[in-house]
Design a protein around this ligand. Structure first.
Ligand SMILES: NC(=O)c1ccc[n+]([C@@H]2O[C@H](COP(=O)([O-])OP(=O)(O)OC[C@H]3O[C@@H](n4cnc5c(N)ncnc54)[C@H](O)[C@@H]3O)[C@@H](O)[C@H]2O)c1
Length: 249
């Protein structure tokens, strides 16, 4: 028996049009799953889905009405949802003292409230079925505070994702629904492009990562496959750090 086999499983990946979500979608599909990519960006998302053999639906995770509609369409089309990967996220690098209310709110709405709203909607469905696995892509920024770049709102939102994952894990464990978080370190995606192009940031980043390099997006997906599959049947409320050792120093 292959404990990592996802044949017959239906997975939703938010923000799967590019970067880490794209690589996660590819790994889930290669383990047999049917994947629905849901993303704010339909142009890139449709092309990603076509390339991977996934389905695509446009979704803004800050709109809970849209989440209800799109997730319900997916349940009707696919029959069920077994796995939700909350991956959509944004970052802004504004010094705390200059961060406007609107920027703080936007980051919280996408990175934290959006994750909660997706968990709540699919959680109802999974609780009715008595099974399901939710994987929230947090960040090492929810555990440590990055430097040299300022990003208080992002770090706070990711710490919230970690605590949300533990809280839901506790509420839903006895009802068959597992909830875990993954905390990636720096990953080479459009999100970190600006940082790698900024000499001071790149030098600090590379010298503070014990492995001395960023992760490739492909190095995050296998952890998602593990948490989605039967291989992790007794794992809930965990935070899997995939950070090249960043949080050991
Ligand atoms: N890249 C890193 O170094 C890193 C490290 C730790 C954690 N993460 C987290 O991993 C996740 C993916 O990051 P990435 O580097 O692939 O980013 P990315 O910017 O390359 O991709 C993010 C995707 O999310 C989508 N998205 C943004 N806002 C959305 C919304 N409101 N609704 C739906 N979709 C939306 C974008 O269209 C995009 O396709 C994020 O949650 C990020 O915080 C990234």
């Amino acid at each position: 028996m292959n404990l990592f086999d996802l044949s017959g499983k239906v997975c939703i990946v938010t923000g799967g049009a590019q970067g880490i979500g794209y690589a996660i979608s590819r790994d889930l599909i290669s383990h047999g799953a049917t994947v629905y990519i849901v993303d704010l960006n339909p142009e890139v998302g449709k092309e990603a889905a076509r390339t991977l053999g996934a389905h695509f639906k446009t979704l803004n995770v800050t709109d809970s009405g849209q989440i209800a509609t799109v997730f319900s369409e997916i349940v009707q089309e696919a029959g069920q949802v077994d796995v939700l990967v909350n991956n959509a996220g944004i970052v802004r690098n504004t010094p705390a003292e200059n961060t406007p209310d609107a920027e703080w709110d936007t980051i919280m709405q996408v990175n934290l409230t959006g994750v909660f709203a997706c968990c709540r909607t699919i959680g109802m469905h999974m609780l009715q079925r008595g099974q399901g696995s939710i994987i929230n892509i947090a960040s090492m920024s929810g555990i440590i505070s990055n430097h040299p770049q300022p990003q208080a709102a992002y770090n706070t939102s990711k710490a919230g994702v970690i605590m949300l994952s533990k809280s839901l894990a506790g509420e839903w464990a006895a009802k068959g629904v597992r909830v875990n978080a993954i905390a990636p370190g720096y990953v080479a995606t459009p999100l970190t492009k600006k940082g790698m192009e900024t000499d001071e940031w790149r030098e600090v980043w590379l010298s503070t990562i014990p492995m001395g390099r960023l992760a490739e997006p492909e190095e995050i997906g296998p952890g998602v496959v593990y948490l989605a599959s039967q291989a992790s049947s007794y794992v809930t409320g965990s935070v899997l750090t995939i950070d090249g050792g960043y949080t050991v120093w």
